[in-house]
Design a protein around this ligand. Structure first.
Ligand code: PAF
Length: 284
């Protein structure tokens, strides 16, 4: 596996592959890799001839009071995992390479509306940072496909919208969330949890599943949400949002919608956890 911080090195390799008619998959990450990321690489390998992974803790998607400085940086372990998974290039740029002019003179990419809700409402500017870095990385790597975890459901939808709106010739593929045995979605931020908190954290997925069950049993959605919210509070969470939305548009769900997503963010100790469950509402 080649590890490089140089944009020119990525371009040379990808151009050489393209000249031979070979295909390229891209998996952008912020490092501190877990089985969810390894699954993205495995899925990428099934679909294309070459896999490029990036590790870049993107300062633009963190607010001033968030965990940019403390975000776990584990490059040696990450490299080992990527090598074992069969990634061919690891791109590890610095902030100076990605944002040579700093932020004030940097062009932004912003996806309207859905970028301002849910996580976007709690983390102003977050999705502008995500859309901007993903655009830059797509332009650097120029992959045929790019893979993202479905745990970050809103992020995935924003990236798909951006790719469509800006006519980027890239297929964006969402890959199923990988979970611990307890149901807890794997996340780089789970490392912030104490052993006790990790135990309680499984309540998040249970809360989402309970809402799905209630809806499928024709129980009132708002009551199911309130019960689930209370179960999170009892487990030590401070809920941020817990909502049922249309899974195709992420708009507020209406009674006519059948493709739904129950989506949540909640704080537990030092971690802000997100998760979601998509389902098709039974129609009678
Ligand atoms: O999901 C992430 O790890 C990040 O938001 C991404 C897509 C790599 C952009 O920095």
């Amino acid at each position: 596996m080649i590890t490089t911080a140089a944009i020119s090195t990525i371009r040379e390799h990808v151009s050489a592959w393209r000249r031979k008619g070979e295909t390229v998959a891209f998996v952008p990450t912020m490092g501190n890799l877990h089985q969810g990321h390894v699954t993205l690489v495995n899925e990428a390998k099934k679909r294309t001839d070459h896999v490029v992974v990036s590790i870049f803790v993107n300062p633009m998607q963190f607010s001033v009071n968030e965990d940019l400085d403390g975000y776990p940086r584990t490059l040696t372990q990450d490299s080992d995992k990527l090598m074992a998974a069969g990634a061919e290039i690891l791109f590890t740029p610095t902030a100076e390479i990605i944002y040579p002019k700093g932020f004030s003179q940097q062009t932004f990419v912003e996806v309207p509306d859905i970028g301002d809700e849910l996580c976007g409402a709690s983390r102003p500017g977050h999705f502008r940072g995500v859309a901007t870095i993903v655009t830059k990385l797509f332009n650097i790597v120029q992959p045929d496909i790019a893979l993202f975890g479905r745990k970050d459901f809103q992020q995935l939808m924003i990236i798909k919208t951006m790719v469509e709106d800006l006519s980027m010739p890239i297929e964006v593929i969402g890959i199923e969330t990988i979970r611990e045995k307890s149901g807890l979605a794997m996340s780089s931020r789970n490392g912030y949890l104490t052993t006790d908190e990790k135990h309680s954290a499984a309540t998040l997925k249970q809360a989402l599943d309970n809402i799905v069950d209630a809806i499928q049993n024709n129980q009132p959605t708002q009551q199911a949400i309130a019960t689930a919210e209370q179960s999170l509070i009892n487990a030590g969470f401070t809920p941020d949002y817990l909502e049922v939305r249309n899974a195709n548009t992420l708009r507020q769900a209406t009674a006519a919608d059948t493709a739904l997503v129950v989506i949540a963010a909640a704080y537990l100790g030092k971690a802000r956890l997100i998760d979601n469950v998509t389902f098709s509402r039974h129609t009678n």
